[in-house]
Write a protein that binds this ligand. Sequence first.
Ligand code: FAD
Length: 359
Amino acid sequence: MPNIVVVGAGVSGLTTALLLSKDPKYKVTIIAKYMPGDYDIEYTSPWAGANYLPFSTKEGSRWEKGTWPELVRLAKDVPEAGIHFQEALIYNRNKDAGGPVTDWFNDLLSTNPWFKDLVPNFRVLPKSMMVPGADSGTAFTSVCINTAVYLPYLVSQCLANGVVLKRAVITHISEAATFHHSGRKADVIVNCTGLLASKLGGVMDATVTPARGQIVVVRNTPGAMFTVSGVEGGEEGECCYIMQRAAGGGTVLGGTYQKGNWESQPDPNTALRIMKRAVEICPALVEKGQGVEGLSVVRHGVGLRPLRENGVRVEKEKIDGAWVVHNYGHGGYGYQTSYACSQGAMDLVDEVLSPKAKL
Ligand code: FAD
């Protein structure tokens, strides 16, 4: 019976543990400093919107492509997962090309993206449907995940399959091997530590940095999800998006994408600009004639996207004699790549435990 310790209880750790636990031969323990229910700047997953807006190029699309069918299944057949379908409207301003926000989602702004045949109802929007300043736009049916429901849902699925969850803080990845609930050493450690892979002994990935996301959660309902390629004024890295979470999760107004910024506290001026821009592109958020005063704020928040220079790291590595499978560095796309990346991590666990690998 191979013993596996997964480090991390964000969307990456929980999804990987869930997939592993479906194979009865694996005995899985999850250890984490933060768990679903916690809100902390060192724990990204609760802060996400989260929706499905593919950012990858066609060549790098396998994680997003591979995750879409499972999100559709959950939205269709599993109401308790807290995921619903929503129309996504994407607006492009030509002047934003090559800017700090758009350089990571060029394909999303294209009127002919690789995913046009993957998602339902993809269409190019007519000029009459542009928001102020937009030169082109597209729309398709996407999903929006209520992370406050979805993360506990993943926990409950793991528990049902016999996964054991424990609080622990490690300073070196190899320490994780001693935390398996059997009392015996783990055969494989899965590293899903997100942004903190940059500070964890044995990993210390200097290419992982935060992309700071400030948000406002409101009770108002927009009726669709909106994303615009750029904004006027404000500070570098400010952007504009709206997404309505499933199951009473409120509406997330964003945001910022500030690379290298570790600031945990919401900035009140940025928050005001986020709210103003949201009402500008979606007046239906508030009553006729109202501005930001028509927004009913649930909370302000900041999450740090675990951005990795060369994209997600799904790799195996022997560290101090222990097999480690990495699954971290998901930037602003950890939910929309979660199933395929976790499947990739599971394939690597299978590989390192195969008799051939042991020879
Ligand atoms: P985390 O959620 O940060 O989890 C890391 C885990 O590792 C935690 O449990 C932590 O406690 C544990 N850990 C770390 N170090 C240690 C240690 N030394 N010892 C013990 N435990 C440790 N993605 C989308 O797909 N769609 C979206 O719409 C979207 N919107 C976003 C909006 C915002 C504002 C933000 C901030 C992010 C958004 N994302 C979105 C990105 C997504 O949230 C992340 O990619 C994802 O949550 C990363 O998950 P993770 O499990 O890798 O990391």
